[in-house]
Design a binder for this molecule. Sequence first.
Ligand code: HPA
Length: 247
Amino acid sequence: MASADRQYAIIAGSGFQSFGGDAKGTIVATIFGEPSGPIKELRYDDHTVFLLPRHGDDLSIPPHAINYRANLKALHQLKVDSVIAINTVGVISQNIHPGQIAVPNQLIDYTWGRAHSIYDGTGTLDHIDFTEPFSEELRQGLLQSAGVANVNICDGGVYAVSQGPRLETAAEIDRFQKDGADFVGMTAMPEAALARELGMDYACLSLIVNYAAGRGENSIHADIEASTMTAKMQSMKVLREFFGDVE
Ligand code: HPA
């Protein structure tokens, strides 16, 4: 359940363009430039929640080209306390399948060349403690809501963040698995670290949409086509339970 005294934001990934309907959005300027798109206000029964389209309204911004610093800074300027990051992932672990959703509890960052810190040589540098990259309170809130909504959700797992925009080779997935990864996606970093630098709670609600490279029987794109809607519906049920009904 969402807390009455916290301001929440959702960063929504591909597949969520229509989320928020025709709610009006606002572009929020930051010292890092503009975020990916206008930030909308979703009105649930009990909460107003900011919604930021990670890849832009027209899905034109690929994972490696997102202005993550502007996105997180804009949410911080709107006094957001907690960020729910909806993203899609491929699954590496056995016994977890496309169509399910997950709330990972760890990550490994394989990205490179992304502006990944708000510290740019001015101000006092804070080496954030990133032992636990996700907010446990927010994770538990999402898991609890999934339980109440009767949604089967995977509690925990290691999210490997790859650079994209291409998908991985089978050998890369073998390596990620040896490293301990359960899922692979492209956007949790630097989002999670920037949120921590700015003092905002952050957790992922991950839609499992395919078996990772070399793991499935069908092509990755066939998996994605077949599973995205199911996983998306599960995530919407969790959010509805977490925030209350949409007005
Ligand atoms: N790899 C990386 N990112 C992804 C995948 C994948 O298999 N599926 C969805 N996002």
